[in-house]
Design a protein. Structure first.
Length: 252
């Protein structure tokens, strides 16, 4: 059993660790203003990941992305820097093994680009992965502030490629802290297969988290939607991973 002095020390350490987290939710909630050009904003940043064989990936590169393949795996990705860094789910790149490639198709129109990605980091527990595309991504998603919190009921949309944002307005089921943690973010948007890895966003287009699952419950032969899950990593940690992956500039 710890001594009295040890108990006091443990309480002090607990206060030092917990109070900063608690203080993040004592101020006014974050309520960003909706964007008027949200549709265009999303279209500029839409990103598809396609996992397929190396041979098929090479053919896709030669045809500019025009290829019909039955056994390819599709998921959404979320650009988080101007240098080709994309967040997605760990399960979206789990089939990326020898003989397989993952190709990213980014944006639309004149800004459209494609190329094979490299996995930089994976967290299987949080179901997150950071990948790097071989091209610039000038249009990316900024995070909601790390030192602010979003209250339950905050309107949200998502940028998944299967469902798309049109007419799919939802809300957060609980408060979400800006620091990020592994606990799922629950919300009322109805995701579909292929939306995994896409962004969960405020109406201002700021990134709350990465979509990863949708829940249903069954009663006899009927299924009912319950809630979808996203996850928010610590934005500061993601930025450190991005900075570490950038080449160090050399003197001429």
């Amino acid at each position: 059993m710890p001594s009295l002095s040890m108990k006091l020390l443990l309480r002090l350490l607990f206060s030092i660790l917990v109070l900063p987290l608690a203080s993040c939710q004592t101020g006014a909630p974050y309520q960003p203003e909706p964007r008027k050009d949200l549709g265009k904003f999303l279209a500029q940043r839409v990103t598809l990941l396609v996992t397929l064989s190396d041979e098929q990936a090479s053919a896709m590169m030669q045809t500019g992305g025009k290829l019909s393949v039955k056994d390819m795996i599709l998921s959404t990705a979320t650009p988080v820097s101007s240098s080709g860094h994309l967040l997605t789910n760990a399960h979206s790149v789990q089939e990326l093994k020898p003989g397989k490639s993952c190709v990213a198709l980014y944006s639309i129109g004149a800004n459209r680009k494609l190329g094979k990605v490299q996995v930089l980091w994976k967290d299987e527990v949080a179901d997150l992965a950071l990948v790097k595309a071989p091209f610039a991504t000038p249009y990316f998603y900024p995070w909601t502030p790390r030192d602010r919190w979003l209250p339950a009921g905050t309107p949200v949309i998502h940028g998944g490629l299967t469902t798309g944002p049109e007419g799919h307005l939802g809300s957060l089921n609980h408060d979400v802290m800006g620091l990020g943690r592994r606990k799922p973010i629950l919300h009322s948007l109805r995701l579909k297969p292929g939306d995994s890895g896409g962004p969960l966003l405020t109406l201002s287009g700021e990134l709350i988290g990465i979509n990863r699952a949708v829940g249903f419950t069954g009663v006899m032969s009927t299924t009912f939607f319950t809630e979808s899950q996203s996850v928010r990593p610590d934005p500061a940690k993601i930025q450190r991973l991005i900075d570490q992956s950038r080449p160090v500039p050399t003197s001429p």
